[in-house]
Design a protein around this ligand. Structure first.
Ligand code: CMP
Length: 140
């Protein structure tokens, strides 16, 4: 399998509870390398741009409000099949459906406050990485 990069975000519910290190340990234990990382406080407008694909969904406003409510940690994860592997480590979007041992099963509070975001495909990974990082900031 090819070496891939994917965009990960540790969301406000997790940064509020000081879970960045525990979540990063899950990534690293799964063989994913954190090759870029920054802690930022998004504006609601920036969150809206990032999640523009969900603009028509009923939860869009709530999602943008939440993502701008506290700092997030944006990161690039690298590894073999990193996009699928990260989704495996995160678990299902709704923590009620997430498998035991996954980040969302252990830490997420609800479908909205679900601790982490991860890109879902190679094209979105490339777009989402460039939303947060310049090439020079990614050090593999
Ligand atoms: P994420 O992987 O970041 O992509 C879009 C996000 O929308 C998703 O995780 C959830 O946090 C959020 N989301 C999905 N469904 C709902 C919902 N029914 N109510 C609130 N937020 C949701």
């Amino acid at each position: 399998m090819a070496i891939e990069r994917t965009l990960s975000i540790i969301k406000p519910d997790a940064t509020n509870r000081n879970l960045t290190g525990k979540i990063n340990a899950k990534f690293e234990e799964a063989g994913l390398r954190i090759v870029a990382q920054k802690r930022i406080h998004l504006t609601k407008e920036q969150a809206g741009k990032f999640y523009a694909v969900h603009a028509e969904r009923p939860f869009y406003d709530e999602l943008c409000e939440f993502m701008a409510s506290a700092p997030v940690v944006a990161q690039v994860l690298e590894g073999e099949g990193a996009i699928a592997k990260n989704r495996e480590v995160m678990g299902a979007t709704n923590p009620a459906d997430a498998e035991a041992g996954t980040i969302r099963a252990e830490f997420a509070e609800s479908v909205g406050e679900n601790s982490v975001h991860g890109s879902d495909a190679p094209e979105t990974a490339a777009e989402e990485i460039s939303f947060f990082f310049a090439g020079i900031e990614i050090v593999g």
